[in-house]
Design a protein around this ligand. Structure first.
Ligand code: ZN
Length: 148
């Protein structure tokens, strides 16, 4: 039962999604539900990552598709007026993101970017997070196997 035309649907998606539910809150909730401990917005790390898992040396950025120019995403458009201003501003954001991720990698951190539009599909988002974070009890599980 999908009777909305595509234009209407994306309009609805825009309305119900980003700011109302808060993509970052959603990601935090999921991670918490998986039993991970994290810290928020560590200022001493490049780009001030939204979510930091110090024990795993992993950081997560929850990025808005528009401001951070999600490649190939419908929300990563350039406004029709003041095109030059927006292009250089948004491109600047993107370059900064790339630089920060490189710095974090050099410091030994693993970086995941969750895009705003990833947060519409909970099952998919959970899969992405699980894939990145792995098993919470990795060390414990390994030990248990050894002792069997
Ligand atoms: Zn996107």
């Amino acid at each position: 039962m999908d009777r909305l035309d595509p234009g209407r649907r994306s309009e609805n998606m825009r309305r119900i999604r980003p700011r109302d539910t808060g993509p970052e809150m959603l990601v935090r909730k999921l991670i918490h539900g998986m039993g991970f401990r994290y810290r928020l917005h560590r200022r001493d790390l490049p780009g001030k990552p939204d979510i930091v898992l110090p024990a795993k040396k992993k950081v997560i950025f929850v990025n808005g598709c528009f401001w951070h120019r999600h490649p190939g995403c419908q929300y990563a458009y350039v406004p029709k007026s003041r095109v030059q201003f927006w292009t250089s501003k948004l491109e600047g954001n993107r370059q900064r993101d790339i630089r920060n991720a490189e710095l974090l990698n050099q410091m030994g951190w693993h970086v995941l970017t969750v895009w705003e539009c990833d947060t519409t599909d909970m099952a998919r988002l959970s899969g992405i997070l699980r894939g990145f974070l792995g098993n919470r009890n990795e060390a414990g599980a390994k030990l248990a196997r050894k002792n069997q």
